[in-house]
Design a binder for this molecule. Structure first.
Ligand SMILES: Cc1cc2nc3c(=O)[nH]c(=O)nc-3n(C[C@H](O)[C@H](O)[C@H](O)COP(=O)(O)OP(=O)(O)OC[C@H]3O[C@@H](n4cnc5c(N)ncnc54)[C@H](O)[C@@H]3O)c2cc1C
Length: 568
């Protein structure tokens, strides 16, 4: 059973007067895609004698960069198109990649290492750079502002405004409502930002983009988008070991997931004695006790990972979904008055675990199409189609098309996935089947009785529980506001979900937002159903994707709330 998403409409308050702001182009989301698009568009408009065109970038985080989270190994291809002199200009880089390998972690400890020519081609990283995406987007924001682009952090796009099928802009989230939706003295109604074109650059599972795609049927004839959740920590480790590992890129397969689903780990050597480490797992895993945080913890406890962290301490924690479905899962990228860029448009190469270069490239291609459309004073779908045409003729399409069946193949089992991924390498991406389809992530869950996945033992040092990790994410939300996580049919949690799936939200959420402490249905009803600690939310969107009944809707909280992913 699924319900139509509303994109946050629940906060539309009758009779509230809203300020109007009119701009030429509105970009929702200050990640690499949105900022690259804004920078390139401003340049192109200036070249066309339209230097006074107004561009506004809205960002829901309190500071630009607080809500981006990535590995990150960056393929410099996109950045070098945006700024051919990006290194000389001072784009922050942790290290050039100096070593890469793939470790197969055995269930009982020990590992088998593939290095040099034995590293599978998608995981070869020489020529790439280890970066902190936080630092990169902070730098991009500076470049955008230097060009005269307005970047407003602390403003979340809450509702898409339409005129028929035409997007006319967005309404920002109201601030100053209490948890019963009553106005507090400091109430500030969200404003209506009217734009000739709106660029949706919200990243993964954008709350506005989701509603837009559903309303306009932009995913008609496409595969279901598939998502993975990535759990990440940054650790500071003893200096001598850190020096040895700087610029090292280690990917792992095997334990703890084994062959039960799609996923694996990464360890990237950063500067300043730090390591970036993380674990990614496909949310199409059939076990309803799937707990990405637990898998990450078990992975850290594997001797091959634990020995790298010995004597170290955690610096930061975070989690985020990745839209890994690839080329056939990308929605239509444009319509009347809007385009979708970056993760919101599905620009991720899951075989490489890379999206930054594609996000930047999508922003560049959208900017060219927007400049052309604005030049003709026509921002209809027909005029913006130039964006999709540019994509189809680009290296980004070529790259994504070469891995078009990658992620879907793993739904036929781990070994089929590995075999097909190998075949895809020698058949230009075709593999065993010309066009693979996939079931949506939430569709293949086994009933609770078949759940097998176990929880780790936490020790407060290497294995940190969810609440300790949430503390290290810096997540904070104003508590006295309407919950931004909406359960559309709470009774279903008490009746069907308890019996069929055992309330999996308490497992899959990596921030301990959802709790089910109830002894039975009567107690659950008395307590109001599932407990939602929304203040813990790290904006990963796992709940929105993984809920088996699709009744959880992630909407934006008051602008500024959420994690503080400094240096992630
Ligand atoms: C765990 C993990 C590891 C990864 N590792 C790598 C890697 O090593 N290399 C690589 O190239 N890629 C990697 N990726 C993918 C890469 O990070 C993304 O593809 C890339 O960040 C997408 O850029 P974006 O601009 O589309 O979205 P984002 O970087 O997510 O930025 C979107 C921005 O929009 C804001 N926003 C969202 N909704 C709203 C709203 N309604 N109103 C206002 N603002 C909003 C968000 O707060 C955020 O700041 C990884 C991703 C994850 C999750």
């Amino acid at each position: 059973m699924s319900k139509q998403p509303t994109g946050g409409v629940h906060l539309n308050l009758e009779g509230v007067e809203r300020e109007e702001l009119e701009v030429d182009v509105l970009v929702v989301g200050a990640g690499p895609a949105g900022l690259a698009c804004a920078i390139q568009l401003k340049r192109l408009l200036a070249q066309a004698g339209k230097a006074d065109a107004t561009l506004l970038v809205l960002e829901k985080a309190e500071e630009v960069g607080y809500h981006v989270l990535s590995g990150a190994v960056m393929d410099p291809k996109g950045m070098a198109e945006l700024f051919p002199d990006w290194r000389e200009k001072g784009c922050p880089v942790e290290s050039a990649v100096v070593f890469d390998c793939v470790d197969y972690l055995k269930a009982r400890g020990g590992k088998v290492r593939l290095s040099g020519p034995f590293v599978p081609p998608p995981l070869r990283n020489h020529g790439n750079f280890v970066v902190s995406l936080y630092r990169v987007v902070r730098w991009l924001k500076g470049e955008a502002e230097a060009l005269g682009i307005d970047v407003y952090p602390g403003f979340a796009g809450a509702v898409v405004n339409y005129d028929g099928t035409r997007v006319t802009g967005v309404q920002t989230r109201d601030a100053g409502l209490d948890k019963h939706r009553q106005q507090k003295p400091q109430f500030q109604p969200g404003m209506n930002v009217k734009a000739r074109v709106t660029v949706f650059a919200e990243g993964t599972r954008g709350s506005l983009a989701k509603g837009l795609v559903a309303r306009l049927g932009l995913d008609a004839g496409r595969n279901h988008q598939l998502y993975e959740t990535g759990i990440k920590e940054i650790w500071r480790i003893p200096e001598a070991r850190a020096k040895e590992l700087t610029g090292h890129v280690i990917h792992t397969l095997g334990a703890p997931l084994g062959t039960s689903g799609y996923g694996g780990g990464w360890i990237y050597g950063l500067s300043e004695s730090r390591l970036s480490l993380g674990y990614v797992v496909g949310l199409d895993h059939p076990d309803v006790k799937l707990d990405p945080h637990a898998l990450f913890t078990q992975w850290k406890q594997h001797p091959a990972v634990a020995e790298l962290l010995a004597g170290g301490e955690i610096v930061r924690y975070g989690a985020k979904t990745i839209p890994g479905g690839g080329y056939f899962a990308m929605p239509k990228l444009f319509g009347d008055g809007f385009v979708l860029v970056g993760d919101s448009g599905g620009f991720v190469n899951m075989a490489r675990l890379k999206g930054i270069h594609l996000a930047i490239k999508s922003g560049l291609m959208a900017a060219e199409a927007l400049a052309e459309a604005l030049g003709k004073d026509d921002t209809s779908a027909a005029a913006l189609a130039g964006y999709a045409a540019r994509f189809e003729a680009s290296w980004a399409k070529e790259e994504l098309y070469r891995v078009r069946n990658f992620r879907q193949a793993f739904q036929s089992g781990f070994f089929t996935g590995v075999l097909d991924a190998g075949l895809q390498q020698i058949t230009g991406g075709r593999g065993l089947v010309a066009r693979r389809t996939a079931r949506a992530d939430h569709e293949g869950r086994r009933p609770i009785g078949a759940a097998r996945l176990a929880k780790p033992a936490f020790d407060g040092k290497l294995a940190l529980d969810k609440l300790t990790d949430v503390y290290h994410s810096g997540a904070v939300h104003e508590e006295d506001q309407p919950a931004h996580l909406i359960v559309r049919d709470p009774e279903l949690c008490v009746t069907r979900c308890t019996v069929e799936y055992g309330n999996p939200c308490q497992h899959f959420c990596p921030a301990a937002v959802y709790e089910w402490p109830h002894a039975d249905a009567a107690a659950a009803r008395r307590a109001g159903g599932v407990v939602i600690n929304f203040s813990n939310c790290v904006h990963c969107k796992t709940c929105d994707v993984a809920d088996p009944y699709q009744i959880i809707e992630w909407t934006v909280p008051e602008g500024g709330g959420g994690p503080k992913y400094v240096d992630m």
